[in-house]
Design a protein around this ligand. Structure first.
Ligand SMILES: *Cc1c(COP(=O)(O)O)cnc(C)c1O
Length: 482
């Protein structure tokens, strides 16, 4: 391959990508793949001989780009998957061309990661001591990083070096979550040997927020039984309804009881940038650690999570294998990122974060966030005004939890219809929404992350729910006049 071959194929690839992005809004949001197309991918034979770049692009154009997940489309409201920032898409190409390992050393990617981690902390108003965090594959990994630091601190306070001795030398460490806490916390607790049984579920109030009186009672009970409470996990935007915990009372209690306060802000932490809802986040900056996902509301192309911590030396003491007497000489006073987390060879994630934020500036990012929260509140109003729909939680951030409930539909049938509705809506191809279970009830859950989504798009979502429901129930379409 000559450099001319690469240059011309790169131009062709850029054209394909631009066409793809430009055409997204005009195609079905998602369609099931034709069985033959799916099988063709599954059965791709390992090629004996090579294919030139143009040949590879032909396969991409014919077999890959036509079958997207749908999350680039402004009418995609599923899960927590955003459209990619175009600036971040370009940065991905550059980052892979440089292909460093951002473990440490003196090259641009390492220093840029220090800067963008600080930017992320500044965007959400979290304290940022030098070295106070790193980029990860997502919040699942960021949570493992943060909870490992929490475990290490709790053990040290109990006089045990858990890195050397393991957990056997300690009484059971107990952490507190709610029924709305994301499953990645349980996964982290299991992997860290804490045992999911020692992750206690604390009651929530009517708005889905952690009930601090219940937390206090649970802590007392665990102490009386000889267990060691060490962690409370709060949410800056639950995945089910987007609820934000009341952080100050949790932080007060955590301080009094010596608990590590971790905040899961994977989806919702960036909501603090919207002045209309910023007050809900008061006290988030008091957490010991905050995990969040630039690859969600910020639109940084997947993957990119971030772990932020208050005590950088504590984090380094959890992961570093560099003897302390070598640290400064080895890599400058902050050392290597590989001393603060699980990965050794690390990708150049910071360039796509830098591009996705720098292209819009703080103002542009905040405007995008505010647009989506306003649209979510609008959708909440449409749902409330619709006699066949029921809003199941206040719209606190940009998630709208609701269900289809026309007069006369109840019991088992109500749950069955709502369980089947998301797939029925998806198959129609005009909007994409997913489902969840809240308080034992099947529901629909629309998550707004895309700043190009319009009010017409959310109105279409309501219409599509009615149309799909009519197909499932055999009742006439219950939507009102358009
Ligand atoms: C997405 C999400 C996670 C998991 O993050 P990944 O980036 O998928 O690993 C955790 N918590 C919440 C609230 C989320 O929305």
């Amino acid at each position: 391959m000559t450099s001319e071959d690469f240059r011309s194929a790169a131009h062709a690839a850029a054209g394909l990508v631009a066409d793809y992005l430009e055409g997204l809004a005009d195609r079905p949001v998602w369609q099931p793949m034709a069985a033959a197309d799916r099988q063709a991918l599954l059965d791709l034979p390992l090629p004996e001989t090579g294919t030139d770049l143009d040949g590879l692009l032909k396969t991409v154009a014919e077999q890959v780009l036509p079958a997207p997940m749908g999350n680039g489309n402004p009418r995609f409201f599923g899960w927590v998957n955003s459209a990619p920032q175009p600036a971040g898409v370009l940065a991905t190409l550059v980052a892979s061309a440089m292909n460093p390992s951002s473990a440490g050393g003196d090259h641009a990617d390492v220093h840029l990661e220090r800067a963008v981690v600080r930017w992320i902390a500044e965007l959400v108003g979290f304290p940022h001591p030098a070295g106070g965090g790193l980029l990860t594959s997502g919040t699942s990994m960021a949570t493992i990083v943060c909870l490992a630091a929490a475990r290490n601190r709790a053990a040290l306070r109990a006089g045990v070096d858990v890195r050397a001795e393991g957990l056997a030398a300690l009484p059971p460490l107990v952490g507190y979550v709610t029924g709305e806490t994301h499953s990645c916390v349980r996964k982290a607790a299991e992997l860290l040997g804490l045992g999911s049984r020692h992750l206690r579920t604390v009651a929530t109030d009517a708005e889905g927020r952690l009930d601090t009186a219940a937390l206090e009672a649970a802590i007392a009970e665990d102490r009386a039984a000889g267990r060691l409470p060490f962690l409370v996990v709060a949410s800056a935007g639950t995945v089910g309804t987007g609820a934000v915990d009341a952080f100050h009372p949790i932080a007060d209690l955590a301080e009094r009881e010596g608990l590590w306060m971790h905040v899961d802000g994977a989806y919702g932490a960036f909501g603090v940038l919207d002045p209309v809802i910023a007050h809900r986040y008061a006290g988030m900056d008091r957490a010991d650690s905050l995990a969040l996902d630039p690859h969600k509301w910020l639109g940084v192309p997947v993957d990119c999570g971030c772990a932020l911590v208050r005590d950088t030396e504590g984090l380094r003491g959890t992961f570093s294998l560099v003897p302390s007497y070598l640290r400064d000489e080895a890599a400058g006073s902050l050392g290597w990122f590989s001393e603060y987390g699980t990965e050794q060879t690390r990708p150049f994630r910071s360039l796509k974060v830098w591009a996705s934020v720098a292209h819009r500036g703080r103002e542009g990012v905040a405007a995008d966030i505010a647009h989506t929260t306003a649209l979510a509140r609008r959708l909440g109003e449409l749902v409330e005004a619709d006699p066949a729909l029921e809003l199941l939680a206040p719209v606190e951030t940009s998630i709208v939890a609701f269900r289809y409930r026309p007069a006369g539909l109840d019991g088992e049938e109500l749950d069955r219809i709502n369980r089947e509705l998301p797939a029925a809506v998806q198959l129609r191809g005009r909007v994409f929404v997913t489902g969840a279970v809240l308080g034992g009830h099947e529901m629909l859950r629309a998550c707004l992350l895309n700043a190009t989504t319009t009010e017409a798009d959310v109105r279409l979502l309501v219409d599509e729910v009615h149309a799909a429901a009519a197909g499932l129930t055999g009742r006439p379409d219950t939507s009102g006049p358009a």
